[in-house]
Design a protein around this ligand. Sequence first.
Ligand SMILES: *Cc1c(COP(=O)(O)O)cnc(C)c1O
Length: 375
Amino acid sequence: MTGNKLLFTPGPLTTSDTVKQAMLRDLGSRDAEFLSVVRQIRRRLLELGQVADGSYEAVLMQGSGTFAVESVLSSVIPRSGRLLVAINGAYGHRMAKIAKVQGIPCQSIVFEENSPVVVDRVRMALLADSTITHVGVIHCETSSGILNPVAEMGQAVRELGRIFIVDAMSSFGGIPIDIAANKIDFLISSANKCIQGVPGFAFVLARRDLIESSEGRARGLSLDLHAQWKGLESDGQFRFTPPTHAVLAFWQALQELDKEGGIKGRAARYSANRQALMQGMTALGFDAYLAPEHHSHIITSFRFPAHGSFDFPAFYRRLSDLGFVIYPGKVSNADCFRIGTIGHIFPQDILALVAAIRRVLDEMQIDSAHAAVYA
Ligand SMILES: *Cc1c(COP(=O)(O)O)cnc(C)c1O
């Protein structure tokens, strides 16, 4: 198979031809046009987050999404601070691991991977320990696809006078999030998720007063969030080599998001994608890992068929050979694979994927009616 495969993954995602074409230029890092694109991207991100009133700042950071999470944790939590992470999946664990590596005192509350974070437990932990200064959570825990109650949690965290850090990597741009109303102080996402750009940088929407007051706290040089912000504010430049091509692609991706009707329009397509996926997979006999009420339209975990001849690596390889890339599972307590419904993919692509899955099951001699007798 030559050409592009369709990616049904949590990122990088399928991008449009026009987004890919936007990269076919070399711009210098000090070029006036490049600086103008960076400025416009920062403004547009604030508008998308409905926080363009001067109370928030948008900071772009080179690297993948994890770099930006590490940038926030290592730059804004003071030496005297303490982080609480509410965890229900692999990305929550990663946040706690970053804190550990950075020498940031950190406490975790770990929930089951198939249930949302319980805000009352977070509230109790905060009431019990006044040394906790910051609270972190994942909005859409991409390891299962579950959505966490950030609105309710933000309320509790703000009420108790702590700072709220949200990893909205796989949801920002694909699910409407009212950052200010939800009391989110730092929101982190990346170029190659729901905005549908290519990998190369991530971004942080940060409360302006909090980023200002974090000067000098960074535990490293390249991920210093305050210094990165200052650089972008003073001469409009990244401090170190910017991912120029990825930035150009992202600007094109933002135009395409607008054309689709903004975040609401995009959420409607992703939701249609997911509906088509659930219909098709249910008809084939697959079981979703999460209860229906916890699902997001971002990514779905399916249990392996309870069938002796099912072999995930072979299943994956055959689908990939047909041009469809799915993803291994990431929950620790069940054998699952994942199918993402985000990126430049449409319900007809989902139907084609489901047809390919049916074909591969046939080839593997798995009677689709038996595909998931998991009780
Ligand atoms: C994709 C993702 C990340 C970042 O992963 P990278 O591989 O560093 O881009 C972080 N958190 C969540 C919830 C994600 O979905």
